[in-house]
Design a binder for this molecule. Structure first.
Ligand code: HEC
Length: 156
């Protein structure tokens, strides 16, 4: 997954640039907060960021909170390696929200079909999810994003 690694390195740069831009506005970016990530248009003014495809921009948002490679560390959200075919809330030791745990207890398994509504509007599926992400409202982007997500989460 070389390209993913290279891409993360780029993102580190892009988000650092975003944080810097915010600071010069007199609004210090709070580390770990999502402000810079949920509004990529306004906070990523660099030319390089503008070249990202919608799928890459979406993935960049996930990367603020999730890792995708096997055994990679837990960030704000659980590691997503192997998420296709995995039961919801099944990472040992990760503190899921009550609602996400309840969903897992119903036997809910993540797949293209179940990730679609969750990623469109997380709160419609898990009312009090701890995932502070507004969703991917654009169906076209989601159509392209889901196969991409499957690829990056199923690398050996
Ligand atoms: C602001 C941080 C944040 C962002 C951005 C984010 N997530 Fe999450 N995600 C979380 C958290 C926190 C949880 C745990 C939710 C809970 O317990 O309710 C989670 C849970 C999940 C789960 C369920 C995992 C499991 O083990 O059941 C999936 C799937 C997921 N996120 C995918 C994504 C994808 C794909 C993106 C990008 C499109 C994304 N997330 C963006 C924080 C985030």
């Amino acid at each position: 997954m070389r390209h993913v690694l290279a891409f993360s390195a780029f993102l580190t740069f892009a988000s650092a640039a975003g944080a810097f831009a915010q600071q010069t506005d007199g609004q210090p970016a709070a580390p770990g907060q999502m402000a810079a990530v949920t509004t990529p248009e306004s906070s990523a003014p660099s030319d390089a960021a503008a070249e990202l495809t919608p799928v890459q921009k979406t993935f960049a948002q996930c990367q603020a909170c999730h890792t995708f490679e096997k055994g990679a560390k837990t960030l704000i959200g659980p590691n997503l390696h192997g998420v296709f075919g995995r039961r919801a809330a099944s990472i040992e030791g990760y503190r899921y929200s009550v609602n996400m745990k309840q969903l897992g207890e119903t036997g809910h398994v993540w797949s293209e079909d179940t990730l679609r509504p969750y990623l469109t509007n997380p709160r419609a599926i898990v009312p009090k999810t701890a995932m502070r992400f507004p969703g991917i409202p654009n169906e076209q982007v989601l159509n392209e994003f889901l196969p991409f997500l499957k690829e990056v989460t199923s690398a050996p």
